[in-house]
Design a protein around this ligand. Structure first.
Ligand SMILES: *Cc1c(COP(=O)(O)O)cnc(C)c1O
Length: 400
C-alpha cells in the first residue's frame, strides 16, 4: 500500500511508471504480485450476497476485476492524469469498447481518415452496420473538421501521429470544435505514448492505447487500455466490458506493469535513435521523402513541437523504385526485421501498401500518401550506428 507521506498525487510520470498503483499483499513482496485467478472465494453466503449487491467492494470474478489488473489500471491512470482507467485484451478491444459503449443507432461519428487499419474498419464498416453514421475527414485540415462538426455529433475519433503517414492533428483545435458540436473526443495515442503527448490536457475526453506496442515494448503480450472520466468509466464503459468480456489476462497485465517500469528510459532512447536515423535517411541516396515529427521538413513540424514533448520512434520514408525498390531494400536488410508490429525494442519495418493497408482501395491509399515505395520504420533500441549501416547497405542493394 502506498502510504500517505509518499503522496503519489505529487509524483511525476517517470515515478508513477515505476511505483504507481503498487499494492502489496501481507507478504510485502517487492515486485508486483501476479494473481493468476479467474475467481474468488467467500467466507460466508452472506458475504457472497453482499458482494453481488455491490454493498461490499471486493473482487468477485476476473472478467470484472483482478488485483494485478487493478494495479496496472491505477498505474496507467496516474501516468495519464485521468480520473479512471480500464484495461482490455488488446488495443482493438479498447478502441471498440471506447466507441461501442457510448454509441447507439442514429448517432454520428466524425473521424480522421488516416487511421490504423482495424480502427478504420470499426469506424467505416462495423459501426454503420449498427446504424451509426460515420463521416471521415482529412485530419490535418481544420476546415474539414469544422464543416463536419457543424452538425451535432456524438463522437470524434482520431489518431495523432497517424499510422503510417505520421500526420499530426491539432488536438486542442479539434477538441474545441468537437465539444461545440456536443461530441466526446476519443484519441488513439499509441504512437506518442502517454509520455510524449497528453491529449486530455489539450481537451480530449477519452484516450485509448494498444499496450501491445511501447507499453509492453518488448513484443510479448497483447493488451489495451481506455482512460476517461469516472462517470464515463463507471456508467458506460464498465457495464459494457463486464458483460462483453474483453478482459486482459492477469499474466499480460503483469508483463505490462514491468514494461511500464522502463517506458521512460526506452522512449528516451527510441526518440534519440529515431532522430538520428531520420536525419540519416534524409541525406541518404535513393530515399525520397522522409516523414518524422522531429524533422524540420515535416509539414506540421511546428504543431508537433507544440503538442508533443518528443518525436517518437516511428518514421515513414520512400525508397526510390516503387514497390520493387522497396522490396529489394527490405530483402537486403539484415538487422532491421520485416514485421508489421511496432514500438518494440527491436527495429521493425513494413511496407504498408502490401500489408497493413492492403485492404484499402488504391485511390484511398494515394489519398493517405501510402505510395508503392513507402516504408514504415519502428526504430528500436539498438545502437543507431548499426541501424544506419544496415540501412546504407540495403539502400545500395536496392539501387543496384
Ligand atoms: C496496434 C495499434 C492498434 C491496435 O492494437 P492491438 O493491440 O494490436 O489490438 C490501434 N491503434 C494503433 C495506432 C495501433 O498502432
Amino acid at each position: 500500500m502506498t502510504s500517505d507521506q509518499h503522496r503519489p498525487g505529487t509524483w511525476h510520470p517517470a515515478t508513477h511508471l515505476v511505483q504507481g498503483g503498487t499494492e502489496r499483499t501481507p507478504h510485502q513482496e517487492t515486485s508486483e504480485a501476479l494473481f493468476l485467478t479467474s475467481g474468488y472465494v467467500y467466507e460466508t453466503a452472506e458475504e457472497a450476497e453482499a458482494a453481488f449487491s455491490n454493498n461490499l467492494q471486493r473482487y468477485v470474478y476476473s472478467r470484472y476485476a483482478n488485483p494485478t489488473l487493478s494495479m496496472l489500471e491505477e498505474r496507467l491512470r496516474l501516468i495519464e492524469g485521468a480520473e479512471a482507467c480500464r484495461t482490455t485484451s488488446s488495443g482493438m478491444a479498447a478502441v471498440f469498447a471506447a466507441l461501442a459503449s457510448q454509441l447507439a443507432a442514429g448517432d454520428r461519428v466524425v473521424a480522421s481518415r488516416a487511421l490504423f487499419g482495424s480502427c478504420l474498419y470499426i469506424v467505416s464498416d462495423l459501426l454503420p452496420r449498427f446504424g451509426v453514421e460515420t463521416v471521415l475527414v482529412d485530419g490535418t485540415d481544420l476546415n474539414q473538421w469544422e464543416e463536419a462538426l457543424s452538425t451535432r455529433t456524438n463522437c470524434v475519433f482520431l489518431e495523432t501521429p497517424s499510422n503510417p503517414g505520421l500526420e499530426i492533428i491539432d488536438l486542442a483545435a479539434v477538441s474545441d470544435l468537437a465539444h461545440r458540436a456536443g461530441a466526446c473526443v476519443v484519441v488513439d495515442n499509441v504512437f506518442a505514448t502517454p509520455l510524449l503527448q497528453r491529449p486530455m490536457e489539450l481537451g480530449a475526453d477519452i484516450v485509448v492505447y494498444s499496450a501491445t506496442k511501447h507499453i509492453d515494448g518488448q513484443g510479448r503480450c497483447l493488451g489495451g487500455a481506455i482512460l476517461g472520466t469516472k462517470e464515463f468509466v463507471s456508467d458506460k464503459l464498465t457495464p459494457f466490458v463486464r458483460h462483453t468480456g474483453p478482459a486482459m489476462s492477469p499474466f499480460n497485465a503483469w508483463v505490462m506493469l514491468k514494461g511500464l517500469e522502463t517506458l521512460d528510459l526506452r522512449m528516451e532512447r527510441h526518440c534519440r535513435n529515431a532522430s538520428t536515423v531520420a536525419r540519416f535517411l534524409e541525406s541518404a541516396q535513393g530515399v525520397g521523402k522522409v516523414l518524422f515529427p522531429g524533422l524540420e521538413s515535416h509539414p506540421q513540424y511546428a504543431l508537433a513541437r507544440k503538442q508533443m514533448s518528443g518525436p517518437g520512434n516511428m518514421i515513414a520514408f520512400e525508397v526510390e523504385g516503387g514497390k520493387d525498390g522497396a522490396f529489394r531494400f527490405l530483402n537486403a536488410l539484415r538487422l532491421i526485421r520485416i514485421s508489421n508490429n511496432l514500438g518494440d525494442a527491436k527495429s521493425l519495418v513494413c511496407h504498408p501498401a502490401t500489408t497493413t493497408h492492403q485492404r484499402l482501395a488504391e485511390e484511398e491509399r494515394r489519398r493517405l500518401g501510402i505510395t508503392d515505395g513507402l516504408l514504415r520504420l519502428s526504430v528500436g533500441l539498438e545502437d543507431a550506428r548499426d541501424l544506419e549501416s544496415d540501412i546504407a547497405r540495403a539502400l545500395a542493394a536496392a539501387g543496384s
